[in-house]
Design a protein around this ligand. Structure first.
Ligand SMILES: [Zn+2]
Length: 258
């Protein structure tokens, strides 16, 4: 039936059809996205292995984005105060990009090795930056956001060293990676080259490792002071459901001491 509908209906009618289904399925106020403030009966399921209550239907945020947003706002009061802050953001997620460019006191530099893949807002340029050779001076940034990037970088030690170098003393970064808490040591094998083999070994065709619990030590090895923050676990189960958060997700807050 679904296939037949897809085949014969024009695209815009199909869009309306699925939008009406979504309205019926998701309308409600049991969950709320802390980023775009939309409310639903439940967040959409998401992932190769589907996770329930995961994706915001309005802004597309996932559990990790919403957790980070609550952490920055509620634990770190990041957007309060009017002290100028210089921010470097790798592989800039659109939802965060949109919020950062709104803030008057944030000097925001979004960047990626392939800026052409991002087409968000012509007024704010995405800079071309190789994370293993960052083209900025030492001690430049108050805050660095780098989510789910390091697992793509063969020489992650060099990338971490560069992130540490450009961070201001007293500054900090959030450097999230997919991490298997059952692995004591990070699994990497540079003889695995093809995308198919990487997908089998590391879970995604362009990942080069699976981080384990030694991720903290790897960050400390380049000089960071690392706080593995269990912020999600300090929230109630009801809050975790309401905001669609994964209770066991840890936040890697990496500081450069003065
Ligand atoms: Zn949202």
């Amino acid at each position: 039936m679904k296939q037949r509908i897809k085949k014969y209906l024009p695209k815009f009618i199909l869009k309306q059809y699925y939008s009406n289904i979504n309205k019926r399925r998701y309308s409600g106020n049991a969950v709320e996205c802390p980023i775009c403030h939309s409310q639903f009966k439940i967040f959409k399921s998401y992932g190769v292995v589907e996770r329930e209550n995961a994706e915001c239907l309005k802004c597309g945020s996932l559990e990790r984005h919403r957790l980070l947003w609550k952490y920055l706002n509620e634990k770190l009061n990041f957007f309060e105060g009017n002290k100028p802050i210089k921010v470097l953001h790798f592989a800039p997620e659109r939802i965060f990009f949109n919020e950062f460019i709104k803030s008057n006191n944030i000097n925001y530099i979004p960047c990626d090795l392939y800026p052409e893949y991002f087409n968000y807002n012509e007024q704010v340029q995405i800079e071309k930056v190789d994370i293993t050779s960052i083209p900025y001076e030492d001690n430049s940034f108050d805050f660095i956001l780098c989510n789910h990037v390091l697992e793509h970088i063969p020489n992650d030690k060099l990338a971490m060293t560069e992130l540490f170098r450009v961070m201001k003393p007293g500054g900090f970064g959030i450097l999230q990676v997919p991490l298997d808490p059952n692995l004591i040591n990070t699994y990497e094998d540079f003889t695995i080259i093809t995308p198919e083999a990487k997908e089998v070994a590391f879970g995604q065709h362009d990942h080069v490792r699976v981080y384990g619990l030694d991720y903290k030590q790897r960050l400390e090895n380049v000089g960071f002071k690392v706080c593995v923050d269990d912020f999600a676990q300090t929230l109630t189960k009801e809050s975790c459901f309401k905001y669609g958060l994964i209770e066991s997700e840890m936040i890697y807050k990496c500081s450069k001491e003065i």
